[in-house]
Design a protein around this ligand. Structure first.
Ligand code: IVH
Length: 687
């Protein structure tokens, strides 16, 4: 088989596995086997770059961030649809259809979930994805092709079962499932970035990102529901063989497009109404948000007859669900001090039941948020479940506001230790700058012992408070010095619970390096970042010795995290804690890679082209940013450092290299240009 043939086979296989995994949710091979196929394709493509095509599965994420999105005009406007809010309005819609078509005509409805996401259009030319756009104002939207290509369930090429003579356009809704939304917000919270209010905002924010590489990390999904065929001239082509909307949904699914499986066809409006009610009840069982149902006349031919008004088609209507809202009283605004000292205002609410749970508390995020909404203690407020999960205070009911209420004022001192609050730089958050603040210590201990961190069994909030309150520990390093006698002095702590707690503490010593790194509570370092760093540096000492340049070379580590890590390890108090943990016998190094075929790692020596080489990058490169070059070097096993020394193996020098180049020359360090570095990494040139 020629490389070109093998490439085609691999692409077809990978496409089919992507479809099984991302669309059908039914993979048939292991992640490892899949990765092997991709790796083989990547190798072949880098050996034969002339064979790379834009629809190759390796080409989902690419290109440089764009400054702006080109505007594209929709050949057929993307209309919106009218809304109905009760059964009577759905019956009115049905009556209008009957009046327009005449009493003799038969018709049926296709009823779908109304996905609460962002509408997009995808154009396929000769079977390959050519353009992806937002709805915009309906007439013209933004060309966000590069961002949409990163959504793995969107086919870059459609299955070729049916020869497609001309181009097609499909439309649908991009959305973020609940788990993806929560993971995204959790990692934003860790990095102290503003949170998205709901999955729809997160989706729309993600699609507007300038850098497709960042979009690729957002677990966006899509459901497609509209299909338009074009004739050779690009005009709307009739497809009498596919006259039913319902059939078209099946056609889309057959071609590999993700479609929602809950659509149904009904002949009678009563059935339509019942189906809508049914989903209003069951909406919380879905793993994504819907804000209603969409009712469409099923026959495509009738769409033409019924036509459209300026804004919306006459053949479709939305049945909107009542918002999941509740009213209650804001009894207090309390300040919560986090482990990094950030002070977050929290609404204390009169308990109220909303969409499956009782709510008595909701974050108010920050001072500005409260001022913007002018929320006051004593107000009657509307609360909503953002993404159906996280409760938020939407607004105050001004009609109910009591006389003499006063606007919220942010206290100037920490509610716990009374240290003056400070604002750092541009941040909206106020912080307690006292690292020894009991609230911060408590939050750090809670973080350290938590399920995702060191996972110390028995170290719950009450025990933590007792242990801290009695001064048994001053920081997390002291946890491992706790004795049976000390614990015995605590109220309600019997011998048995003391032993259990000590057992939990002992067991936690065995947690892997990435958990330990995460547990330390380094600002901005979440679980993912901790994993990347642990894998890369392999010991806590190497992390502590890393420079910002070395850190940003690690995948997914940006300058903010890098700076935070460096400053964490410059702090004497933190170093003392690490020494205590070391003395206690915690794992300070990465375990040897696990055996077994799945790991893909060799237990022996690192055979990558730049294994153990220390590399410095200087000057302006023409084909890469420095970060990208650092990434390449890292992936070949090299370490990137910031300054040239006797230990430096290579200096990669771009245009206008200055003092580092001179120093490297004087020390006899080997100097490489971009091409030479590429050759070294690809193995074409030996070290
Ligand atoms: S059909 C001309 N079907 O709701 C009809 N829209 O208010 C085009 N939406 O812009 C829309 N789920 O963003 C249709 N199953 C569905 C939908 C859906 C969500 C959104 C879409 C549209 C808006 C209309």
């Amino acid at each position: 088989m020629s490389p070109a043939e093998r490439i085609e086979v691999l692409r077809r296989d990978i496409r089919s596995h992507d479809h099984r995994y991302f669309v059908l949710d039914d993979p048939v091979i292991s992640d490892y086997d899949y990765d092997m196929l991709v790796a083989e394709l990547q190798d072949l493509e880098s050996a034969h770059p002339e064979l790379i095509t834009p629809d190759s599965p390796t080409q989902r994420v690419g290109g440089e961030p764009s400054a702006t999105f080109p505007v594209v005009r929709h050949p057929v406007p993307m209309l919106s649809i009218g809304n109905t809010y009760n059964d009577e309005e759905i019956r009115d819609f049905d009556r209008r259809i009957r009046d327009l078509l005449g009493p003799e005509r038969e018709y049926a409805y296709a009823v779908e979930l109304k996905i609460d996401g962002v509408a997009v259009s995808l154009r396929y030319e000769d079977g390959a994805l050519a353009l992806g756009a937002t709805r915009g104002d309906g007439e013209q939207g933004d060309d966000i092709t590069a961002n949409l290509r990163t959504i793995r369930s969107i086919p870059l090429r459609i299955a070729e079962e049916e020869p497609l003579l001309n181009n097609i356009e499909v439309r649908g809704e991009v959305y973020l499932p609940h788990d993806g939304f929560e993971a995204l917000n959790a990692s934003r919270a860790e990095r102290e970035e503003p949170l998205f209010a709901n999955p729809r905002n997160a989706t729309s924010g993600s699609l507007k990102l300038r850098d497709p590489r960042v979009v690729a990390e957002r677990p966006l999904r899509v459901f497609l529901y509209t299909l338009r065929f074009e004739d050779e001239a690009g005009a709307l082509a009739a497809r009498p063989d596919l006259d039913s909307h319902f059939q078209r949904l099946h056609w889309l699914a057959d071609q590999g497009f993700p479609t929602n499986r809950e659509a149904r066809r009904f002949a009678a409006v009563d059935e339509v109404i019942e189906f809508c009610h049914d989903w209003e009840e069951r909406r919380s069982t879905l793993s994504y948000d819907i804000d209603g149902m969409v009712i469409k006349v099923d026959s495509i031919g009738l769409h033409g007859e019924l036509g459209a008004t300026m804004k919306s088609p006459r053949w479709a209507i939305a049945s909107k669900f009542a918002a999941q809202r509740a009213r209650t009283r804001l009894t207090d605004i309390r300040l919560q001090v986090g482990r990094t000292g950030v002070v977050t205002p929290v609404a204390e609410l009169e308990p109220v039941f909303l969409a499956g749970s009782t709510i008595s508390r909701a974050t108010l995020h920050n001072e500005e948020e409260i001022q913007r909404k002018d929320l006051r203690v004593g107000d009657t407020v509307w609360i909503e479940k953002g993404g159906d999960v996280i409760p938020k205070v939407v607004s105050a009911d001004l009609d109910e506001r009591e006389d003499g209420s006063t606007p919220f004022e942010m206290p100037t001192a920490c509610p716990v230790c009374e240290t003056a609050l400070v604002r750092v730089g541009e941040e909206v958050a106020w912080r307690c700058g006292n690292a020894a603040c009991p609230a911060q210590t408590q939050a750090r201990v809670t973080h350290f012992t938590g399920r995702n961190a060191m996972d110390i069994e028995g170290f719950g909030p009450a025990v933590t408070e007792q242990i801290l309150g009695n001064g048994l520990i001053g920081d997390v390093g002291d946890i491992y010095r706790l004795t049976r006698e000390q614990l015995g002095t605590l109220e309600r702590m019997g011998e048995k619970s003391a032993d259990n707690l000590l057992g939990g503490i002992e067991a936690s010593k065995d947690r892997p390096l990435d958990r330990l790194l995460f547990s330390l509570g380094i600002p901005h370092v979440g679980e993912r970042a901790a994993r990347q760093i642990a894998e890369h540096f392999r010991s806590i000492d190497a992390v502590g010795a890393a420079t910002e340049v070395g850190l940003v070379a690690v995948p997914e580590i940006g300058p903010k995290i890098a700076e935070s890590i460096v400053s964490f390890f410059q702090n004497e108090r933190n170093l003392e804690i690490i020494e205590k943990l070391r003395d206690a016998g915690l794992r300070m190094e990465l375990d040897a890679p696990a055996d077994g075929a799945d790991s893909g790692a060799e237990s022996g020596e690192d055979t990558r082209a730049l294994a153990d080489k220390i590399v410095v990058i200087t000057g302006t490169l023409s084909n890469y940013t420095r970060d990208e070059m650092a990434g390449l070097i890292e992936s070949a096993g090299g370490r990137v450092t910031s300054s040239v020394s006797k230990k430096t193996d290579y200096l990669v020098a771009g245009e206008n290299a200055g003092s580092k180049l001179k120093k490297a020359q004087s020390l006899g360090v080997e100097i490489l240009n971009e091409e030479e570095t590429e050759a070294l990494i690809s193995g074409e040139r030996s070290p």
